[in-house]
Design a protein around this ligand. Structure first.
Ligand code: SF4
Length: 364
């Protein structure tokens, strides 16, 4: 650890000792998967006083994508003349009918892209094929997808659509904060999502649940600084603080928010291992419906729906509890035995932002 990190760590541990004079533990949730990786790789989780528990949250977009959504994607991949466009992490996530990687091995046209705009270029270059982009992600990804859809409309590109699987972070935090089984004393709020939405959408966590909140950057000093701010709030008064001031403003990115609102509206959405959360997803608004792959391929999906049996979380997979901070990855009986990065059983081990992948790599 660098000198500046050691200084912060000392202050954090002194504060934990003070607070734990009249309580047993302090549970802080790092909501974002990138934070989970950074906390594990920098050794912060092990270095802090162990009365401070840093637990992972539902902020890995691949991890919260449901089996049903993965099945929809693998189903469409098997349809003639359709190309599936996806970010790389989704390739190995398994639904009840296997993964996109397996679909590709069977001959499906599945391509990894780095942005929906790459997909738009492919669609323009091959007008005889249908291109379906998997809309997986949070408020960070949705504005870019909205921009690509607006561009497709403007350019008259007719063979590009999106399978929307977006999830929104504040409703998931509402779910966690209101749960009687999940005992969280404060949130290390996501840096990237907050760059878009700002700090205001989290204010209900203070108003309704009196929970300390801090939007935090991704360096070790940011994270230790954010933890120190949260501990101070526990000692004094909760609020929504912004440690990551170099990137986040209270009002967020208004242009990105406008793009998102223009193209999408909020709907209830299913989260893997958690279930339905009200108003936590996005669907296309009127005027953009032709870009919705579920509507565009409605007839084909009818066949899929009658054949498809609803699939619950697979037996023994504890991803849901890991994403709610109820368990840590090493508590899962499959961790590092049946489930490894080479042979992942659940998405938390697949994704580069997954809690189980972070623990496997850095904390065994
Ligand atoms: S170890 Fe594997 S099965 Fe268990 S919670 Fe993690 S990803 Fe899911």
């Amino acid at each position: 650890m660098k000198r500046s990190e050691q200084v912060l760590l000392k202050r954090v541990n002194e504060m934990v000792a003070r607070l734990c004079a009249n309580r047993e533990k302090i549970n802080l949730m790092e909501v974002c998967g990138t934070h989970t990786m950074a906390i594990s790789s920098s050794g912060i989780r092990k270095a802090v006083d162990q009365r401070l528990r840093l637990v992972s949250g539902p902020g890995c977009p691949v991890c919260v994508t449901t089996d049903d959504e993965v099945d929809e994607a693998t189903f469409l991949a098997g349809v003639d003349n359709i190309t599936i466009l996806t970010f790389g992490d989704m390739m190995r996530v398994t639904g009840s009918s296997g993964s996109l990687l397996e679909a590709k091995a069977r001959g499906a046209d599945v391509r990894v892209v780095y942005s929906p705009l790459d997909g738009l270029k492919m669609a323009a270059a091959e007008p005889e094929r249908e291109f379906v982009f998997l809309g997986v992600g949070f408020e960070t990804t949705a504005p870019t997808v909205a921009a690509a859809v607006i561009a497709a409309k403007r350019q008259g590109i007719k063979n590009f659509s999106v399978l929307p699987m977006f999830k929104l972070i504040p409703p998931a935090l509402d779910y966690i904060a209101s749960s009687k089984q999940i005992n969280i004393d404060g949130f290390i709020l996501p840096g990237h999502v907050s760059t878009i939405i700002g700090s205001k959408p989290y204010s209900f966590l203070v108003r309704r649940y009196h929970l300390p909140c801090c939007i935090t950057g991704f360096e070790a000093t940011d994270i230790l600084g954010g933890i120190y701010i949260l501990l101070n709030q526990i000692a004094n008064k909760p609020e929504v603080a912004i440690q990551y001031q170099r990137s986040v403003r209270p009002e967020g990115n208004l242009h990105a928010q406008r793009l998102m609102r223009r193209v999408f509206r909020r709907v209830d959405a299913g989260w893997r291992g958690i279930g339905l959360i009200k108003k936590s997803g996005l669907k296309f608004r009127e005027g953009f419906q032709r870009f919705d792959a579920r509507k565009r391929f409605d007839e084909k999906f009818n066949g899929f729906k009658t054949r498809h049996r609803k699939n619950e979380q697979r037996k023994n997979c504890r991803c849901g509890e890991v994403m709610l901070g109820v368990l840590i990855p090493t508590d899962c009986p499959l961790f590092a035995r049946v489930c490894t990065p080479a042979r992942p059983f659940g998405p938390c081990m697949v994704s580069s932002e997954g809690a189980c992948a972070a623990y496997y790599k850095y904390e065994r």
